[in-house]
Ligand binder design. Structure first.
Ligand SMILES: Cc1cc2nc3c(=O)[nH]c(=O)nc-3n(C[C@H](O)[C@H](O)[C@H](O)COP(=O)(O)OP(=O)(O)OC[C@H]3O[C@@H](n4cnc5c(N)ncnc54)[C@H](O)[C@@H]3O)c2cc1C
Length: 598
């Protein structure tokens, strides 16, 4: 790792998922012709491609058959008939889903522009599932009061990502596939570039740019049972934090109700959107007791807590009683094969169950990161609670916190968020660059600092296995900072992280080669996981209330008087987080906080 070089672009985007790809495509469309996009895995393996269920927008193509109630069968809305959905309804559902912690100005931008982004996808050739008359088909999703999930069978993320990646290539965007971003260079509150490793050779590069954007995705891999890809280690979040950017609302982690039992692999919410049941050991549809109106289509935080309660009270299934059944059999073979083919294959491959014949054993799984790098609605990263932007640094998608999801995200709102705020960031970046932004000098040698970080592993023979540290961290986060939290467990979580940090200092990287050193990358990723896990736990410990996905058994009620505010965590000199708070944007006349009931 001794050779170093400098690469320059007008714009560098870290992350080739939907957020990064949209930003690259749009900035290129607007006339920026020197854009580099880095991805630590092949761009098309970004986690966006794994999304199954759908992308939200109030298109008004489908409604429940009249007089069958809100859970009745769906039918196309005949042209000229009264519309059932609107951006206002989408907005209210999102605010309620967020347990009133979402910023309402940002939510309004998202839901108003949602239909346009779906049509833009369509015009770029995206293959959505269709109604018989050719309009885009829509299905139900949890917490949405109208069927507004637009989808492509259960491969939605795959088709969206391919569509935009193709367009970015067409516009001449340069992709650096299997390049790993290690560091962010900010001086005098101006972002000047990054430090990255070409994984194939292990060489470090300073990559200078007029604007840098992070679309580095979520941090679900901090948990033992997760639906997230191996790459979702929250690198961008940790890198930004270490470069002096605060992190926002990190304690809000979404647990999805239907991960495959013991694996965590996602069984899309589309399973319930299409009518699937959740049952316990006795065969009861227990959601009747928790959300009698919405049943299985209550929001994820509520359904996961209901499942966990059934499990904790001895009504779980599976050899250790830690599972629940997802029953699709009554949907019938045709619907399962046509609408949920990927889900069926995953269930057969990983737990040997064909959902056409048998119920699928599932359990809650860490799924989505509501918190992240604070931004405005144009992707500008904010460095303090007054809304001061860092010049030339942008973020969008799951690594960012804009904040449209607040304390709990509704399914299908994330593909929308990544696409829409990726697009807006791309536009803002183009404006910034075309307005004459400069390529500013970098003082010192940023490579040296990162080389030292690597050298530390070579110089220190170490006795602690980093793999073991990483596993212990994940178990700690799932057991002590999971669906249900309390002070006692959170304190255990905090001291365990301190212990793991100490052991990490004596961590062992046995592979010393330069080429494709996954051992070294795992060590860096583990250091990142340790870094922001501490922020998650501290935020959760301080927040003495239950709101959305943050559920404290010792403080079971939402406390608007004290806690209707966003958490910001700043990194202190000694590496520990310091918490401060900032107000939520609320339209008190239109959408004042209410009790959240389903
Ligand atoms: C299984 C699954 C199913 C889902 N289904 C849905 C759904 O149906 N509807 C919905 O709305 N949402 C869904 N979600 C959530 C949604 O897919 C994600 O929130 C969204 O796609 C995130 O997009 P992104 O562009 O922010 O990040 P990602 O798509 O995760 O991309 C992150 C990118 O950053 C790169 N990267 C990260 N760190 C580094 C580094 N250090 N150096 C270089 N590159 C780096 C990665 O290589 C990757 O290219 C699902 C999520 C999962 C896990």
């Amino acid at each position: 790792m001794t050779n170093s070089e400098t690469i320059t672009h007008d714009v560098i985007i870290v992350g080739a998922g939907l957020a990064g790809s949209w930003a690259a495509m749009v900035a290129a469309q607007q006339g920026v012709n020197d854009i580099g996009v880095l991805s630590k895995i092949h761009p098309l393996r970004s986690h966006s491609g794994a999304a199954q269920g759908g992308i939200a927008a109030a298109l008004n193509n489908v409604r429940p058959v009249p007089d069958t109630g809100p859970r009745g069968p769906l039918e196309p809305i005949p042209s000229g008939d009264q519309l059932v959905d609107s951006w206002e309804l989408h907005m209210f559902d999102t605010i309620k889903g967020s347990d009133w912690l979402g910023d309402q100005d940002a939510i309004e931008v998202m839901v108003r522009e949602a239909p346009d982004i779906i049509y833009e996808y369509e015009h770029l050739g995206c293959v959505f599932s269709r109604l018989p008359d050719g309009r885009i088909a829509q299905r139900r999703f949890g917490g949405h009061s109208s069927p507004r999930a637009n989808y492509s069978k259960d491969y939605t993320g795959h088709v969206l990502l391919h569509t935009i990646h193709e367009q970015a290539l067409r516009h001449g965007v340069k992709f650096y596939s299997e390049w790993y971003c290690m560091d962010l260079i900010i001086e005098d509150n101006i972002c000047r570039g990054i430090v990255a490793m070409e994984i194939l050779t292990g060489k470090l590069f300073t990559m200078r740019a007029k604007a840098v954007m992070f679309g580095t995705g979520g941090y679900g891999r901090a948990f033992k049972i997760t639906s997230n890809a191996y790459a979702n280690t929250g690198d961008g979040v940790a890198i930004a934090y270490n470069a002096g950017i605060p992190l926002m609302d990190m304690e809000f982690v979404q647990f999805h109700p239907t991960g495959l039992y013991r694996h965590g692999i996602l069984m899309s919410e589309a399973c319930r959107g299409e009518g699937g049941y959740l049952t316990n050991k006795a065969g009861d549809r227990f959601m009747e007791n928790y959300a009698p109106d919405k049943m299985e289509l209550a929001p994820r935080d509520l359904v996961s807590r209901s499942e966990q309660t059934e499990i904790d009270q001895g009504r779980g299934v599976g050899t250790d009683g830690q599972g629940i059944y997802l029953d699709l059999r009554h949907l019938g073979r045709d619907k399962i094969l046509n609408r949920l083919p990927q889900v069926r294959e995953l269930a057969i491959d990983f737990v040997g169950v064909d959902p056409i014949e048998d119920p699928i054993p599932i359990q809650p799984t860490a799924h989505y990161s509501m918190g992240g790098i604070p931004t405005d609605v144009d992707g500008r990263v904010l460095v303090d609670d007054l809304g001061t932007p860092v010049t030339g640094f942008y973020a969008a998608g799951e690594c960012a916190c804009v904040s449209v999801h607040g304390a709990n995200r509704l399914g299908t709102n994330s593909l929308l968020e990544a696409s829409l705020f990726g697009k807006r960031a791309g536009r803002a970046i183009a404006e910034f660059v075309l307005d004459g932004a400069d390529l500013l000098p970098i003082s010192g040698d940023p490579i040296a600092k990162n080389q030292e970080r690597i050298q530390r592993f070579w110089d220190n023979p170490g006795t602690e296995s980093i793999e073991v540290i990483s596993q212990e961290l994940k178990t700690n986060m799932t057991d002590n900072c999971g669906i249900f939290r309390d002070e006692e467990r959170l304190l255990v979580a905090r001291s365990k992280i301190a212990e793991l940090n100490q052991r990490f200092a004596n961590g062992q990287v046995s592979d010393r080669s330069h080429r494709f050193n996954t051992d070294l990358l795992m060590a860096i990723e583990t250091e990142n996981l340790l870094c922001f896990s501490e922020v998650i736990v501290d935020g959760a410990l301080e927040r003495t209330e239950s709101r959305g996905a943050h559920s404290r058994t010792d403080y079971p009620k939402r406390d608007d008087e004290e806690w209707l505010k966003h958490t910001l965590a700043h990194r202190l000199e000694d590496g520990s987080p310091e918490l401060s708070y900032k107000p939520v944007d609320i339209d008190w006349d239109k959408y004042p906080p209410q009790e959240r009931k389903y």
